[in-house]
Design a protein around this ligand. Structure first.
Ligand SMILES: Nc1nc2c(ncn2[C@@H]2O[C@H](COP(=O)(O)OP(=O)(O)OP(=O)(O)O)[C@@H](O)[C@H]2O)c(=O)[nH]1
Ligand SMILES: [Mg+2]
Ligand SMILES: [Zn+2]
Length: 328
């Protein structure tokens, strides 16, 4: 990569984070910088003080650079810290225009549960999303059609790609142009291969998936920002194992499932959780095949997880007779 490829940002920003060391773009050059100890004070709910995409203030002593301060973020793409009982937030990227959720329709198989969890977190963070179905060369047509259909009512933008035969790569390039995007998804779905296909100068390391485990090998181990030739930049990330949304009040979850909410807003109870309440419009839409069963399953699984973490939704379970609409 030559310096002329790098956009001149008015403010230094973080392009890579490893443990205590970061890379920062300063005046068109990438430098290594340490994190000042004070950044680890007053972290609040956050596990990490700095993430890729953060605008920062830096200082220099001789050849040593340090990050002194993180500037206010426009948005944060985050999840609940994995494998921990406490409820902390892990920042995955900041100040991004969109999250591109990369899925495979080959091996590893498509996981609606993982895609839905990431979609919900982005909706909560108010970050636009695109759902990519990669490995189309290995996907079965019928299966791909079913997946697309299950998302059309939620308004999710979808594209079908193959990093091997080039299907959809131009469309993806257009979607990424002049924006800062995060590629995110399970290990082995082809995030880094798609990046290399978009720009063959990148030469990011990729590795074949494990056939027996039907999963990736966690080849990418850190998040990194790359400028792309169509303008804009893409952040390649390590494959996710388990994604749990952070901080969503259980009561609010339903508004982040747009396809369920189309029906749910007409439920008898304003705070209907769409589980067993009488006259629930989501349950009847589900029965009439107007909502994808996989989407409903994701909603329930995430709702239960959020309730366990943040307390119940205080839902009303008894039907109170003819005047129950008065609760509205
Ligand atoms: N058949 C097929 N294979 C693909 C496609 N895209 C990627 N692969 C292969 O899938 C394997 C995993 O690709 P990677 O790009 O390393 O996957 P990743 O999502 O970056 O994985 P992590 O870095 O572990 O998160 C490699 O062997 C790629 O060649 C595709 O569209 N079709
Ligand atoms: Mg990778
Ligand atoms: Zn309902």
């Amino acid at each position: 990569m030559t310096n002329t490829d790098l956009p001149s940002a008015p403010q230094p920003f973080v392009t890579r984070v490893d443990a205590r060391q970061c890379e920062v773009m300063v005046d068109g050059e990438i430098i290594s910088a340490l994190l000042r100890g004070k950044l680890f004070e007053n972290l609040g709910d956050d596990k990490n003080p700095v993430t890729v995409g953060d605008y920062v203030e830096v200082s220099r002593e001789g050849n040593d650079w340090a990050i002194d301060r993180v500037l206010e973020r426009r948005n944060t793409f985050a999840r609940r810290v994995a494998g921990e009982e406490s409820d902390r937030r892990q920042l995955l990227a900041a100040n991004v225009d969109q999250v591109v959720i990369v899925n495979s329709v080959g091996i590893p198989p498509f996981s609606s549960m993982v895609a839905d969890r990431i979609l919900v977190a982005c909706s909560f963070a108010n970050i636009p999303t695109v759902l990519v179905l990669n490995k189309a060369d290995k996907g079965k047509r019928g299966k791909m059609k079913r997946i697309v259909k299950s998302y059309t009512d939620s308004g999710t933008q979808m594209i079908i790609t193959s990093a091997v035969d080039g299907t959809g790569v131009e469309e993806l390039r257009d979607i990424l142009a002049n924006k800062t995007s995060v590629l995110y998804g399970l290990s082995g779905v082809g995030k880094s291969t798609l990046m290399n296909r978009l720009d063959d100068r990148l030469e990011i390391k990729t590795r074949e998936v494990s056939g027996s485990l039907r999963s990736g090998r966690h080849t990418t181990t850190h998040s990194q920002w790359y400028p792309i030739t169509s303008g804009g930049a893409v952040i390649d990330t390590p494959g996710v194992r388990k994604f749990r949304p952070f901080g969503i009040p259980p009561n609010d979850l339903r508004i982040h499932f747009a396809d369920l909410h189309i029906f749910g807003k007409d439920c008898v109870y304003d705070d209907c959780t769409h589980r067993e309440e009488p006259e629930c419009k989501v349950l009847s839409a589900l029965q009439d095949d107007k909502i994808a069963a996989s989407r409903y399953r994701s909603y329930i699984a995430i709702l239960e997880e959020l309730e366990e973490k943040y307390g119940g939704t205080g839902r009303i379970v008894e039907k109170t007779g003819p005047d129950h609409k008065a609760r509205r």
